[in-house]
Every structure is written in structure tokens, then in C-alpha cells.
Design a binder for this molecule. Sequence first.
Ligand SMILES: [Fe+2]
Length: 416
Amino acid sequence: MRRPGARGWARTSPTSPACQRSWPMDSGFPGRTAFGDQTFLIGEQAAGQRLREELRLRGLRRVVVFASASARASGVVDEVVASALSDCEVRMWSGTILAHAPIAQIEQIAATLQDDGGEIDALLSIGGGKVVDTAKGVAIVLAEGAPLERHRAHRNETGTMVYPPLSRPKLPIVAVPTTLSGAEVTPGCGLTTDQGRKRIFWDRKISARVICHAPEVLGTVPAEVLTTSGMNALAHCAEAMYSKTSGHLASAFAAMGAEYLASGLLGFRDGPPEALSSLGAGSSLAALAICNARTGLHHAICHVLGGMFKIPHGDANSIVLPHALRFNLPATLPQQERFLRAVAVSVPLSAGATAPDAVATLQSLLGVPTRLREAGIAESELGRAAEAVLDDPARFYNPRDIRSAAEVETVLRAAW
Ligand SMILES: [Fe+2]
């Protein structure tokens, strides 16, 4: 039998200097999970202390903080700075982070940081998708240069998606999420032009390296924000299970994510910290799933509703999901059956219920928005919205081919 070390491998012992330098090996907090260079801290134990230790292990000392207005107002930012960043030099971005991560604001922030000078080890985001997407955009500009438009994913003249190689090293991003969008996990970000068009940027190096989901943070978030962003995460699971590029691992992440999300969404109001941890875990699993499987028609619609009509992403997801599932049902029966089983662990359903029925039941139990007409979009706008959906890259991953704007409009009308 070969012994460790006998053929020149694994010669280090747990106390050798080599092991002491190896950060993934020497931190054993409950709830800490590392995939590649990404670490997830999810659980009920002293989040601030765990995050401080993670930053120390990675040598991240000079930190620029971006935070949402609500995270400042709730005191979460002060707590994170006092507990997790007590060993760091902290520069706080004091401006308001705008919704939908406008490209103009991101370029302005990056220019200000460059003008100010000073070394930066990491960008830390405290907030939801718009905050971490802003940090991602800033990381791209600082590394690759302005204007951002130069670096966006786009279709070439033959219709093939082109992802410009953003090969320069990026500042690591650390995220303390206050929503369940999972934006911090993914290698992509959706940034918005002055004309309200969503631009997609894609680089593995802008995925947050450290993601800290803590009940004491999620517990400060208004219930309606958690429920709508939870519906967004649930949509990530559904789409990841049946997209054209889904696979075994993405599907497994998505199924487990859907189970955690449904139970967390129904349980978090009563206050057990485990329910909030389930939401954090479900959000991260959903995001790991879409990193690989991508999203489809549902998200193509939600991108347009956000970019053109300023409907918040969580609200758009809450409204559209059952209708997008129904459109795709004939092409994805086995996948939707698996999604249904995951949701049905917590959601009470009658016999013969389908996945769209399960989502509709969850909508009513949570009290999330269900109608586009109530979200501020006029019926006469649906045709224009449907045309714009055809331009969104996500629709190409949809399992059922979309041949015309009229097909998209039927989904929008059902949701209206
Ligand atoms: Fe989403």
C-alpha cells in the first residue's frame, strides 16, 4: 500500500510551514465551503469573525466598500465594518448606488478611485445585485479600461455570442449579500446604458471570491425584499434545470436550491435563523446552477422589464415565472417535474399540480406581485417589450425555440 509521502507527494504535515500558508486547509468554520477560489460562509455562527478571518487568510487588507442605502440605514454596514473589517484599511464609497447599475455611474466611480490613487486589495459589496454588479463593473474598468461598452458580450454578424476575453487580473470582490439574487456568485453582470438597455459582461474573475450570508444580515432585510428576491433565485433554479446548456451538476444544484428556497421563503418570517440560512444556501446554489446552465426566456423578459420599464428584478421574477414555466412546459416536462418535487417539499399542493401551479401557490402564500398591469406597464407597451426580448441573449438558451415576438407577447399578456 502506498503511504502518503512515500513517492514524493503530500510530504507536508499539518504543522509544516507549507500547510500553514495554505489558506483553504487551515480554516475550519462550520458552514464554510470552498469551491475553487470561491468561499461561501453560510450559517448561524459569528459571521463577522468568520469574514475577518477569511480576509486575513487571503491577505485582503485595503478594502473599498460599496453599500446600498438600506444596508447603511439598517446598521449592517457599521456592523460589518466594526466586526469583519476591524483589521483593514477601509475606504467607504459614500455615493448612492443607483438601481440597475448604470454604466455611466460605474465609469465615474472607477475614474474617482483612479484619481484618488492608493492601493486597493479588494472591493467589498454590502447589498443586493445592483451593489455587487457595480463593484464588478468597477473591477472591469479598473483592469481593462473605459469605456465599458467595449467589453460587453454581443452577437457578431453570424449571430454567434462573443464574449470579449477580459484577461487582465481583477481586484477580488467580497460580498455580504442583502438579497437572494446570487449576483455575487456568478461571473456575469448586467449593467445599464443611458438608454435603459441591459449590457451583459462575463469574466470568471469578477465572481465574488468570498460570499458571506449571515442570518444577522438577512434578518434586517424587509420581508418583501426577501420574498421577491427569493422568487428571482427560484427562477434561477427553474431555468437552470431546463436551459439548453443544463447538465447533471447544474440541475442538482438547482433542485437542492429550489428546495432550500421554498422552505426558507415559507419559514423565515417566524424567525428561526435556520430559515434565513436556507435562503442564503438556496440563493448560492441557484447562482452556481445558472453560472453553468444560464437562463432563458423568463430572464430575457425580466431583463427587458427592468431595463426598459424599471420594474425591479425581484418583482419582475415574481410576476413572470409561472407564465414562462407554462410556455416551456410542453418541452420540459421531466425537468419541471423535478423542480415541482423540490418545491413541493414545503409548498402544500393539490394532486395533479404542475410546476407553474406550484409557483402560483407560492406567489399567493408569500403575497408577492403577480400582475404586470400593477407594476406600471401599459397594455399598449407589451408589443414593444416583446420585440426587445428577442434581442436579449438569454432567450437563446431557452429550451423551447422562440420564433417571433408574437410568441413572447402571449407570455407577457398572460402575466399582464
Ligand atoms: Fe435573476
